[in-house]
Design a protein around this ligand. Structure first.
Ligand code: SAM
Ligand code: SF4
Ligand code: SF4
Length: 374
């Protein structure tokens, strides 16, 4: 008799096998969760691997040579991802974001982009397809991604100073290569390029003004810098509140160097608060997930690398859609199961954290950012 071997990686997070309702209900595009929030945005993690080791996300001590990343067979194939995305689009998802890990490490990612770009909303519109990257492979990939139908990219960049940047990515990657990636993306027509800077007090907060200045002077209004509060995602980054620099203080520092004026939000559920430079040099954004929870309008779902659906960035359990995809279920069955999952959603972790009542069930741990993406 041979032993049944269950790969360790598959047991990584608690997952529920979704219920397939016996009475199927066709997608209406009007799905709403228990708090009345629609489903509009799907973030898809295409790999759990990364060539950086940012300490706030994949600290080297944990994600070392012994760490077991998911085997190739666990990953959703491009066809499985596209099938899922099509079912989500029928439920009202209008925006897809490819993420990871580092999404540009997934081989032939542009083929997935081309497949996703054939999808339509119930009204017949193409979906908005974007990708978040650390920028290390962007110079090589930007044009192919654009040609495949990608509309925009978000590049993570935490410092302009090379020594600080190398310390933060912890693999000695030079800032010049990321800056070149941003320029290549602009030339390829992936504009506006958003640049995300995670601000950690005492680590890179002296980079707020220099990075903003660089973007104003060398990139122009086609690049929008966004400051992100350092979050308590996952269980490995040793998060401490005193390392969070509240967005209000980041904004104040920037305003002293370059006066700012507020802008209206461009879309409901938008995570970033938008401001513009008073001198017309473009806009900046502030994402205040810690000090100003925005759960009330959260319309995002996340699909992990191995096909688990997470309803919140801080969830400890996913819903195993891959089990349905590979279990011979029909589109109608999977679509009904997704509808049921979203209808039961009441997640609002950041709000609960703000009022001191956030908790996860004992024996479970929060999902890591590199596994479900940002
Ligand atoms: N590797 C790609 C990148 O870095 O852009 C995509 C995946 S990464 C998990 C997505 C985003 O999450 C990045 O902008 C990253 O800075 C952000 N992120 C990761 N850990 C974070 C944390 N603890 N707090 C705030 N943002 C975080
Ligand atoms: Fe990699 Fe992005 Fe996480 Fe940094 S933030 S370790 S680049 S996945
Ligand atoms: Fe959405 Fe969860 Fe973040 Fe709240 S904490 S905004 S529900 S992902």
């Amino acid at each position: 008799m041979t032993d049944l071997v269950i790969p360790l990686a598959d047991l990584r997070y608690a997952a529920l096998v979704p219920t397939v309702p016996s009475e199927l209900s066709p997608a209406t595009g009007l799905l709403s969760d228990r708090l009345g929030r629609p489903l509009r945005d799907l973030r898809i993690s295409v790999t759990d691997r990364c060539n950086f080791r940012c300490s706030y996300c994949m600290p080297k001590e944990v994600f070392d040579s012994q760490y077991k990343f998911l085997p190739q067979t666990s990953l959703l194939s491009f066809e499985e991802i596209t099938r899922c995305a099509r079912l989500f689009a029928a439920h009202g998802v209008a925006k897809l974001r490819l993420t990871g890990g580092e999404p540009l490490l997934r081989k032939h990612i542009e083929v997935l982009v081309a497949q996703l770009s054939t999808l339509r909303t119930p009204e017949g519109r193409a979906l908005d397809i974007t990708l978040t990257t650390n920028g290390s492979l962007l110079t090589r990939k930007a044009q192919a991604l654009r040609d495949a139908g990608l509309q925009r990219v978000t590049v993570s960049l935490d410092a302009l100073d090379d020594a600080i940047f190398k310390r933060m990515n912890d693999v000695d990657f030079p800032v010049a290569d990321v800056l070149e990636g941003i320029q290549t993306a602009l030339r390829a027509g992936l504009a506006p390029v958003k640049v995300n800077m995670v601000v950690k007090r005492g680590t890179n907060d002296d980079q707020i003004v220099p990075l903003a200045r660089h973007i104003r002077e060398h990139c122009g209004p086609g690049v929008v810098l966004r400051f992100i509060e350092y979050m308590d995602v996952g269980a490995t980054n040793g998060w401490r509140m005193n390392e969070v620099l509240p967005s209000a203080q980041v904004r104040q520092r920037l305003h002293e160097a370059f006066p700012l004026l507020p802008l209206d939000p461009s879309a409901p559920g938008e995570t970033a608060e938008r401001w513009r430079y008073a001198d017309g040099a473009g806009e900046v954004g502030f994402i205040s997930s810690v000090t100003q929870a925005f759960c009330g309008e959260c319309n995002r779902a996340r699909l992990s690398t191995e096909g688990k659906l997470f309803l919140c960035l801080f969830a400890s359990r996913g819903h195993d859609l891959r089990a349905l995809l590979r279990g011979g279920h029909s589109d109608e069955q999977i679509s009904s199961a997704i509808g049921l999952i979203w209808a039961g959603r009441d997640d609002r972790y950041s709000e609960l954290r703000s009022n001191g009542t956030a908790a996860i069930p004992s024996g479970e741990r929060r999902v890591e950012m590199h596994y479900i993406g940002g």
